[in-house]
Design a protein around this ligand. Sequence first.
Ligand code: ADP
Ligand code: MG
Length: 637
Amino acid sequence: MGSIQVLDNHTIDQIAAGEVVERPSSVVKELIENAMDAGATAITVEIKNGGIEYIRVTDNGSGIAKEDMKVAFLRHATSKLHDIDDLSILKSMGFRGEALASISAVSKMECISKTKEALLGFRYSIAGGVGEELEEVGAPVGTTMVVRNLFYNTPVRRKFLKSESTEGSHIEDMLQHLAMARPDISFQFINAGKTKLSTTGSSDLGEIVYRIFGRETKREAFAFQGEGEDVQISGILGTPVLNKSSRSYENFFVNERYVKSDILSKAVEEGYHGYVMQHKYPFCVLHIFIDPAEVDVNVHPAKTEIRLKNTERIREIVSRLVQESLHKREMIPECPLDKPATEIEPPQKLPEVFESSRMKALNEAYNPVPIMNIPKPDLAGNVTEDKAIKEKDIFEIDFDAPIVKETQPRVEQKSEPAIERQVFPGFEQLSFIPEEEKVLSKEARKKYEIIGQIFNTYWIITYHDAVYFVDQHAAHEKVNYEKLIKKYNENKIDSQILSPPIILSVSPSEKMVLIDNRIAFENLGFSFDEFGGSEIALRAVPMEVYFSNEKEMFQEILAELCDLPGKKDIHFVTSQIATMACKASVKGGKKMSREEIESLIDALLECENPYHCPHGRPTIFSMKKTELEKKFKRIVE
Ligand code: ADP
Ligand code: MG
């Protein structure tokens, strides 16, 4: 007998399942995508044991009709695609018709669903790909999928799973991304009986940021919106107070899908240039809406990596919009006295809108005690065929939902499936307070009261109901920097001839760099000659920095340049100018006269971004009068 055998269907299913179902989070992802495709406006996800033993996804979408129920679990069964030509116009989340077949091949699954038209719902159990007969059950419109004992029949794959807490945190991460992707859908996430995330589906991205990241983040973030050639962008940007040490707080969504993209990261970071310090990254939740034809989402099986056509254009638009929004914004960090600025409060628990309305619907429709046959897992996760469990028990055991109050808004049923839903360019930003009058503006300037200098370094100013602290060095540095950049861009940096020239010794590699970049140095206002051997003569320096420590400045620029490999781009120039600006600025610890500070403040107001020095440190921060009042217990919190 030959050694080649045709695999049986069961084995084929299990192998194929591996491609779709890698871990509990991939199951949750597929089930949520199905719920979204079914037009759900509220989705609850509950897991136990990291999702390995128990996953429940309940939605209020279209439901599955009785005659489709079994078919939905067959491989390549889909209601979303009819022939291959459909592929190009398809906007739904998934269309391969593989998820349910794959998940049910490697778990004990059950589905309860009811359509609007049907009088009753149906329940279908299928374990290891083997299905039972349908049963009638009482259920509201929508679908509940329960997945138990993942990989119970493929022990090798089960061994590859990480700890329950790791698997659970993957799922939580994903839910956070989904909630940010779709602020119009109400999400509930319950892990081991605890509500971890709860959103209302109000379309308010600010609310989502609050729920996920807490009050402090919400307070230091602002909404922005803009567009450019066929691209619409909207989202939330963090002020520099929220800058992080890693990229993990940069959240990108292209056409409402969470994506990872180096190009978008770079674009946003470029936009934040001057607002973040080195090795720091901004906080952002950025939605980009582009023609789906411009995106290839299927590059990566998990669909988090995308390929954009026309990347340069998108990068340019994103970075410009981010920069403009930051410029427009007053960026004075506030200093509450008792709390560190980075403290994050845990998101508040919301009543479970969706489950409560579902319960109410159930109670109304099937009072007093309808029967739903859902097998309960015992503590070991084994299913016991405990028929005729009262619906109430099921909800108490599995659904952990607070009982509905009469005032609770009911979640509307959407009649249209999400496939036909138009992607909306922008969200309601209701929860953001409108911008007040800018403090650093010429208007406000007239009302400043300059109190004086402290520690020979900081200036205290009061305006309206707050006190402002200005760092004289950072402020001066910023003024010099913007002046120099402006002149550089206009090709107008004037030079001051040094007589006699400054003689400097340089290393052979420094000398090479100097000669290679002579033009760049001349554009910056420097001029030098080789002076024989290891010395050079510095003959002219930029006018703006004359009278400061020219020699040290030049040496520093040279050293920075030597450290920089390869091409010297615009960031090279800006960093050289930053060094020049720094060296030419008044230091901390120097007494300044009132006239000097007055003119420095005037000059600061001319800046495009007066809030940060070129290295991203703040020039100014504020403290509200109410903070002082709290400190002195004039007002009680
Ligand atoms: P696909 O999503 O690629 O079509 P799936 O295996 O994920 O394949 O689902 C198969 C079919 O089952 C879907 O096309 C859809 O018709 C139906 N279905 C699955 N989940 C739901 C749900 N939550 N609500 C309504 N219909 C669903
Ligand atoms: Mg699917």
